[in-house]
Design a protein around this ligand. Structure first.
Ligand code: Q9C
Ligand code: ZN
Length: 621
């Protein structure tokens, strides 16, 4: 029974668990030891096991319709958005939310920072003479929440209509922002609307919650687990130290509801990984016991438990932390989309982009960004959402969830190396399926670390692939799976790339051009603390509209390396079938940023001259 000691220990340290003994034997039955056959060097990148293999059906289908044409052939997009699969499970009463149990846990942990924050909120409200309305509680019934949102919508200072009308391809390219509605100008707040609507300043929103710190391996040793609590703690402190937090609005995090989780994940997945022994007590006993016996865990060499060698499981805290991450990203995105906040940055963990419909992996349990996107569509009728994923790993989960969905454009930049780098998916030929063909873009880098990709390569990719396609798509909201593991400072195994933190500020600035600035960054991977703190700081400064320290002349004059040019050409070859704007720039892929800029202004000059001569001709005539 040696391998079961950690669980046994858990049982004894939490005596209240004695009332649910039945769940554990089932769990133990499924424990398998991987120590024998699975080397745990997380430094090795390995291809994905067959179950996560690259989708096969989708290679280069020649389509005659371009993506945006297809997008509008289908009636209202809001109808195409995945329907909530309610009725599969429960209503909120199956998730009674450890009101007693959780507060018990909180008391034990005396979460001072959180209390201080609340007190500060209350003070601020008193100053403004506002009565604090608590955010939608987790126990609030869906109907009440909808009612609340409805009344919020009614009192919005600017009416926001997301259902956008189609733009012809040619025009979309030249449209600077997005489709359908103006950004509320709250720099001149109307006294009526400020009081009636939100207590938030129209600035960058931040979200963080200490409950996400508790997702920790039961071995208690971070050194074998790079995705540890110190990551978000460090970022949160850095934002405080640099005086950025006070310039932003911090919103309170919340746990995603089981219904919200089910907009992306299966009922089974949600029940297995979104519940803990306490809130499970209130869930239909037969249902959960049957399911729990199907859970597969591995015994890790460190003595802890995991769903795989990367993805540790803490029976008491993982579900809460990962639901907090998903709910916090979702709430931040909803507030940005509703015009309550200008843009946002979510300091969350565990990450989400590897989590699929029914499989946790690669540190991820719930796909926070995918859930936020679905919620924007379901709760606010947002039509078109762009998800940019600049984590060094491919977001296989996000790709899978939206693979047939033309309303959500997924663009990922990642180390691919012909499928040998984790998770093994994300080849340039994976373009989507059915109505979703052309709405999945994999800027897949191949060529190993010869040399490692850096600023010049990411700038070239943004210039020739990401931004042209993004403008042509013309999203209503942009979500970023913002892993910082491509930032210099990461070992070869967890990336090995050398993008500067500053460069991520630059890329953020580019994305702010889209969707009227409605941009939400959510932390995914990255474990070098200096790297992720630097990058977070730069990105938040940029979101606040601060002037960026310019990139060095050297970087701006550097051409992308040969392997990057090959990778870019492949992506452009594939995607130019679907996006007109990509063909236009194809011949410039090997140019430096400055070279391309000169060409650009030269061609501007040519067209300016051309139109001038036309004007002269017309006048003469
Ligand atoms: N066992 C994120 O950055 N490790 N996840 C590969 C194979 C996987 C990274 C070693 C790293 C997952 C969100
Ligand atoms: Zn990653």
């Amino acid at each position: 029974f040696f391998p079961f000691i950690p669980i046994d220990g858990l049982l004894h340290t939490h005596s209240f668990l004695a009332s649910v003994p039945m769940q554990y034997p089932a769990l133990m039955d499924r424990l398998v030891s991987t120590t024998a056959h699975k080397p745990l060097s997380r430094t090795r990148s390995e291809p994905l096991p067959p179950t996560h293999a690259t989708p096969t059906q989708l290679t280069l289908q020649q389509h005659h319709t371009r993506p945006l044409d297809r997008l509008t052939q289908h009636a209202p997009l809001s109808q195409m958005a995945g329907k909530p699969r309610l009725g599969q499970i429960l209503s909120e009463d199956m998730d009674p939310e450890e009101e007693s149990a959780d507060s018990e846990a909180r008391e034990r942990d005396t979460d001072r920072e959180r209390e201080k924050e609340r007190e500060r909120d209350r003070e601020r409200d008193r100053e403004r003479g506002l009565r604090r309305v608590d955010p939608p509680s987790i126990t609030m019934k869906e109907s009440q929440r909808e009612q609340r949102q409805l009344s919020q919508a009614i009192t919005m200072p600017v009416p926001i209509i997301f259902s956008s009308t189609h733009r012809p391809l040619g025009r979309a390219q030249s449209s600077p922002a997005s489709t359908s509605y103006p950004v509320p100008d709250t720099t001149v707040p109307s006294p009526v609307t400020t009081e009636m609507t939100s207590k938030l300043r129209f600035t960058t929103g931040l979200v963080y919650d200490s409950q996400m710190l508790k997702h920790q391996c039961t071995c208690g040793d971070n050194s074998s687990h790079p995705e540890h609590a110190g990551r978000i703690q460090s970022i949160w402190s850095r934002l405080q130290e640099r005086g950025l937090r006070s310039q932003c609005e911090t919103i309170r995090g919340r746990k995603a509801t089981l219904e919200e989780l089910q907009s992306v994940h299966s009922e089974k997945h949600v029940l297995l990984f979104g519940t803990n022994p306490l809130n499970r007590l209130k869930i239909d006993r037969c249902k959960i016991t049957g399911l729990l016996s199907q859970r597969m865990f591995v015994m890790l060499p460190c003595g802890g438990l995991g769903v795989d060698s990367d993805t540790v499981w803490n029976e008491m805290h993982t579900s809460t932390a990962s639901r907090m991450a998903a709910g916090s990203v979702t709430d931040l995105a909803l507030k940005v989309a509703q015009g309550e906040l200008r843009n946002g940055f979510a300091v969350v963990r565990p990450p989400g982009h590897h989590a699929t419909h029914s499989q946790p992996m690669g540190f991820c349990f719930f796909n926070s960004v995918a859930i936020a996107a679905k919620q924007l569509q379901q709760k606010l009728n947002v039509s078109k959402i762009l998800i940019v994923d600049w984590d060094v790993h491919h977001g296989n989960g996000t790709q899978e969830v939206f693979y047939d969905d033309p309303s959500i454009l997924y663009i990922s930049l990642h180390r691919y190396d012909d499928g040998t780098f984790f998770p093994g998916t994300g080849g340039p030929e994976e373009v989507g399926i059915g109505a979703g063909v052309g709405f999945n873009v994999n800027m897949a880098w191949t060529g190993g670390l010869n040399p490692p990709m850096g600023d010049a390569e990411y700038l070239a990719a943004f210039r020739t692939v990401v931004m042209p396609i993004a403008h042509e798509f013309s999203p209503d909201v942009v979500l970023v799976s913002s892993g910082f593991d491509a930032v210099e400072g990461h070992s070869e195994a967890l990336g090995g790339y050398r993008v500067s933190a500053k460069c991520f500020g630059f890329l953020t600035r580019k994305l702010m051009e889209l969707a009227g600035g409605r941009l939400i960054l959510a932390l995914e991977g990255g474990h070098d603390l200096t790297a992720i703190c630097d990058a977070s700081e730069v990105c938040v400064s940029t979101l606040l509209g601060k002037e960026l320290e310019p990139l060095s002349q050297e970087v701006l004059q550097q051409r992308p390396c040969a392997n990057a040019v090959c990778s870019l050409r492949r992506v452009i070859q594939v995607q130019s079938q679907y996006w007109r704007s990509v063909s236009v720039l194809a011949h410039t892929v090997d140019q430096s940023y400055l070279q391309a800029q000169r060409r650009d202004s030269a061609s501007d000059a040519v067209s300016a001259l051309a139109s001038l001569s036309v004007a002269v001709l017309n006048t003469n005539r």
